[in-house]
Design a protein around this ligand. Structure first.
Ligand SMILES: C/C=C/C(=O)SCCNC(=O)CCNC(=O)[C@H](O)C(C)(C)COP(=O)(O)OP(=O)(O)OC[C@H]1O[C@@H](n2cnc3c(N)ncnc32)[C@H](O)[C@@H]1OP(=O)(O)O
Ligand SMILES: NC(=O)C1=CN([C@@H]2O[C@H](COP(=O)(O)OP(=O)(O)OC[C@H]3O[C@@H](n4cnc5c(N)ncnc54)[C@H](OP(=O)(O)O)[C@@H]3O)[C@@H](O)[C@H]2O)C=CC1
Length: 445
């Protein structure tokens, strides 16, 4: 592994040098174990502690197949899907690996008693499999997390609709929270030159998801002048949705839960901010009963901030706790676009407010190949910036996931994999200097 790292850190290493490097038989990776899926039985979601279920193991290097690449991972980041894997909710992810393993001789590799997690990476291509021409050893890359087979015509217009669509590092094995990762070469995209490894690894999953959910015609198709209500506006998804709204000429109405998070949204350029904690919204009177008066109080607050207008789009992901309010506050003909249910997936809303006011609910999930590429291009052009706050070592990934699970973090939490320290990997210093304030906005808060 030292030879690989030395090659990456030397400016003189050629593609041929990388291709000639011998690969290790094993590497270090963050895993969950199949024989531990019952370890949190009887505990509430909040009590389940990722620090207990996430392990740092030495694992064998997987065999490289056609259309695939092995990547030396310099940095990765924590996504909420890794939190779900680590607490075995809503299902242990081993079921996904078993199902994938049944597809072919090659996919059998994924069905193992351990699951290497992680759906983001920034690093360097080490080897490519047969049929890969667009990438070569030594290329500096990021990887998006869409894994598809594309053997069915269902996914040929929109790759997210492939019947064998999976999220790499969640529904497949060999993810990015490791020293080496296995990806399909179509997941690879150029690493933005002005960013360090850990900054480049931060946006991938959430930036692509927010792009489809909010900007793409497959999602809400946001346009100039739209009012966009963004839940968790300084969190993983929300910090990119807020940037897309501002960059696209829309008005974000940012919902957060502290002064500090309100300040971050202000520093991104948002003006309409609601501190849900300070304003004490209680959308549920008890576990089974919502309080429409609280939806109305929330809607009034939005109208105060917008000069009397309702929202064109709600960027939804908290789910059960907020969904009734989200449907209520959307304007006539507006759109609620949802990609998750962090607080519970059985949503309740008053359907009269949906049909009588001709509103639409749209389901959105990650991003297709093209959307992920376009989202990365915006980062590479310095139009959208990473929202990296804290960075952990691979050994401390459990703590990093714990922070995200307990909502103790801001923006995105990074993990150094092979990179020995922060700040390495920047190739375009001039462009970086131009954007340094925006790139650093979330750091160490
Ligand atoms: C990028 C980051 C993203 C995120 O962070 S997202 C958040 C994390 N993700 C999650 O929380 C999602 C986790 N996944 C799940 O909870 C489950 O994954 C799903 C609920 C999404 C799906 O569950 P399943 O058990 O796979 O699906 P089924 O449809 O209930 O069962 C499959 C069987 O049911 C059959 N079936 C499907 N549709 C129908 C139908 N319309 N009528 C009759 N049968 C149907 C299938 O064929 C198959 O059958 P056969 O088991 O025999 O193969
Ligand atoms: N389908 C897909 O493709 C994707 C789905 N997801 C899912 O989206 C969800 C959010 O992911 P991500 O943004 O990365 O996570 P983060 O934890 O980084 O951010 C979510 C933010 O939402 C707010 N929030 C959390 N719970 C509630 C609640 N009950 N009511 C109101 N606001 C709440 C919090 O902000 P605050 O406290 O400031 O209000 C929190 O910071 C996860 O469930 C994840 O699995 C994520 C990416 C892709």
């Amino acid at each position: 592994m030292k030879e690989i790292l030395d090659a990456i850190q030397s400016p003189d290493t050629t593609s041929a040098d990388f291709a000639a490097l011998s690969l290790p038989e094993s590497y270090r990776a963050v895993t969950v174990h199949k024989d531990e899926t019952e370890m949190f039985a009887g505990l509430s979601t909040k009590e389940k502690d990722p620090r207990k279920s996430l392990h740092l193991d030495e694992v064998p290097l997987p065999e490289l197949g056609p259309g695939e690449a092995l990547v030396a991972v310099m940095a990765s980041s924590v996504n909420y899907n890794s939190v779900w894997t680590s607490i075995f909710e809503p299902l242990p992810t081993f079921g996904f690996l078993e199902r994938y393993g049944k597809l072919s001789e090659l996919t059998k590799r994924h069905d193992l008693p351990y699951h290497i997690i992680g759906s983001d990476l920034a690093g360097v291509v080490l080897r490519t499999g047969p049929g890969v021409n667009a990438w070569k050893p030594g290329d500096e890359v990021v990887a998006h997390c869409l894994s598809v087979e594309l053997e069915s015509s269902d996914g040929h217009n929109d790759t997210m609709l492939d019947p064998e669509q999976r999220i790499w590092g969640f529904e497949t094995n060999f993810g990015g929270l490791a020293q080496i990762a296995l990806v399909k070469s179509n997941q690879l995209m150029p690493k933005p030159d002005h960013l360090s490894w850990e900054e480049a690894a931060a946006p991938g999953l959430v930036n692509s998801t927010a792009y489809r959910q909010l900007v793409s015609r497959n999602g809400a198709g946001m346009k100039q002048g739209d009012n966009v209500l963004i839940w968790g506006a300084s969190g993983g998804l929300g910090s990119y949705a807020t940037q897309f709204a501002l960059a696209g000429g829309a008005t974000p109405i940012c919902v957060v839960s502290s002064d500090q998070k309100a300040d971050i949204c202000r520093s991104m350029g948002a003006e309409a901010i609601i501190d849900r904690n300070a304003e004490g919204y209680r959308f549920w009177k008890d576990e089974n009963t919502q309080d429409p008066k609280e939806w109305k109080r929330f809607g009034k607050r939005i109208r105060e901030l917008t000069g009397g207008e309702d929202v064109d789009i709600v960027f939804e992901h908290p789910g059960r706790e907020t969904f009734g309010a989200s449907v209520y506050v959307t304007r006539k003909g507006g759109t609620i676009v949802t990609c998750a249910s962090t607080s519970g997936y059985n949503h309740e809303y008053d359907n009269r407010y949906l049909w009588m006011s001709l509103k639409r609910i749209i389901g959105s999930h990650f991003a297709n190949y093209r959307e992920a590429w376009e989202a990365n291009r915006l980062v590479a052009k310095g139009k959208i910036h990473p929202t990296l706050s804290k960075v952990y070592s691979l050994e401390d990934t459990g703590q990093a996931a714990y922070d995200v699970h307990r909502n103790l973090h801001q923006g995105k939490v990074g993990v150094l994999c092979l990179a020995p320290e922060e700040g390495l990997g920047v190739r375009d210093h001039e462009m970086r200097a131009k954007h340094i304030d925006a790139i650093s906005r979330f750091r160490n808060i």
